[in-house]
Write a protein of this length. Structure first.
Length: 144
């Protein structure tokens, strides 16, 4: 995403896989972090001149300050941060991936009352169902 994708208090997002076009209001707030989209975008603005929201801040390999960060670089950094955090992985289980953060975000916004399919930009409700499945991590209340 680029800073030019800001328009009238909204962030325009074009989903590559589905060709879905979203306009997300800057006021969208994730209560679990107590951050709005506007605050997150503001955090992306730093002394480095860049067109990209997520960009390199120093030379790294072939990347120059201001260049966009490649998705594989983000995935590798997430993997490293997960290892540094010492998150235990149960035998026979795979460690959480960076992509699972999207699924978590969708579920958190759904708990706040947002339409998860619209927010995710999915054309098919079955795809959204995969992302909103808690995979048994949530408590189930049994009525008395």
């Amino acid at each position: 995403m680029r800073f030019r994708d800001e328009e009238s208090g909204r962030l325009r997002v074009e989903q590559g896989k589905t060709d879905t076009r979203l306009r997300i209001p800057f006021t969208l707030r994730l209560h679990a972090l107590d951050w709005s989209l506007e605050e997150i975008i503001r955090r992306c603005r730093d002394p480095v001149l860049s067109r990209h929201l997520v960009h390199h801040t120093r030379h790294q390999g072939r990347a120059s300050p201001g260049d966009s960060v490649h998705p594989q670089t983000i995935t590798a950094a997430f993997r490293e941060a997960r290892a540094l955090a010492g998150i235990p992985i149960e035998p026979g289980r795979t460690p959480p991936t960076y992509h699972e953060l999207r699924s978590l975000g969708i579920r958190l916004y759904q708990q706040q009352g947002y339409n998860p399919q619209a927010l995710a930009g999915h054309k098919d409700a079955a795809t959204t169902a995969v992302h909103t499945d808690s995979r048994g991590a949530e408590w189930i209340d049994v009525a008395a």
